[in-house]
Design a protein around this ligand. Structure first.
Ligand SMILES: [Zn+2]
Length: 248
């Protein structure tokens, strides 16, 4: 199991780590700052700085799969093409530095946090989510129309109010007793360890948003900056898609 340092601190840009194994699909480390694709958020890119001075470029991060194809708790750093010689030089036990592309990750954190604000502005269930460095989109299960100007005014107010974000945890039993906390119909929070990670925006009395989430977020809504709703689409009779982009 790879120790997922980004869950304690989303601002970590690099860490020392040891190679656990090298698979055809990528490199598994004992600990990492690389976020693996999940919950709609894209996997990180970056570099593994090898002890011999060479650099392995990482094009994506995924959860490693077991023999039956089920995701495990091992995190797979997927190298960019054309680096066979460098990959072959990696041995289990090698010490290296894992470094993410921070600018790209910070954009993902800003967009991801903005999707939580949208969940506050649009209190309908979410049935799809995709967060990339260039845009984010959230599908709401609803039949009513949404107004772009209203959402943008709401977003700007929440960003301007500089609400803090806090990471917490609730037990599986507490979550079972409060199923409404899970706003996503498509992504269920990871269970099995007895507790589920939560993200709260705002203070405990009168929080803006509170839900289970395993992704990476900024520490304060003011850090989201110039994010805006660029498009609202009617994807189906029961789905309204809200697309976020960077304001000029
Ligand atoms: Zn989140």
């Amino acid at each position: 199991m790879t120790q997922d340092l980004f869950r304690q601190d989303g601002y970590l840009r690099e860490c020392e780590a040891r190679v656990i194994r090298v698979e055809e699909a990528g490199v598994v480390l004992d600990r990492t700052v690389f976020y693996p694709l999940g919950g709609g958020q894209a996997g990180d890119t970056g570099q593994l700085l090898m002890a011999d001075g060479r650099t392995l470029q990482i094009a994506d991060t995924r959860k490693a799969k077991d023999a039956e194809g089920r995701p495990t708790e091992d995190i797979l750093h997927v190298p960019a093409d054309g680096q066979a010689e460098r990959i072959a030089a990696l041995q289990p036990g090698d010490l290296l530095t894992a470094r993410i592309d921070w600018e790209r990750r910070h954009r993902l954190m800003r967009f991801h946090t903005a999707t939580h604000l949208l969940c506050h502005l649009v209190p309908q269930p979410v049935n799809g989510c995709s967060i990339t460095p260039d845009y984010a989109r959230l599908d709401f299960h609803m039949t009513e129309a949404l107004d772009k100007e209203t959402l943008n005014a709401g977003l700007a107010a929440l960003v301007g109010a500089a609400h803090p974000l806090n990471v917490g945890a609730i037990s599986d039993a507490e979550l079972d007793a409060n199923p409404a906390l899970v706003k996503s119909m498509s992504v269920q929070p990871p269970r099995g360890t007895g507790s589920v990670r939560t993200i709260r925006i705002g203070h405990e009395s009168g929080s803006i948003d509170f839900q289970p989430c395993g992704g990476t977020h900024v520490a304060n809504t003011s850090e989201i900056g110039r994010v805006m709703v660029t498009k609202i689409e009617k994807k189906s009779a029961n789905t309204r898609r809200v697309v976020l982009g960077w304001a000029p």
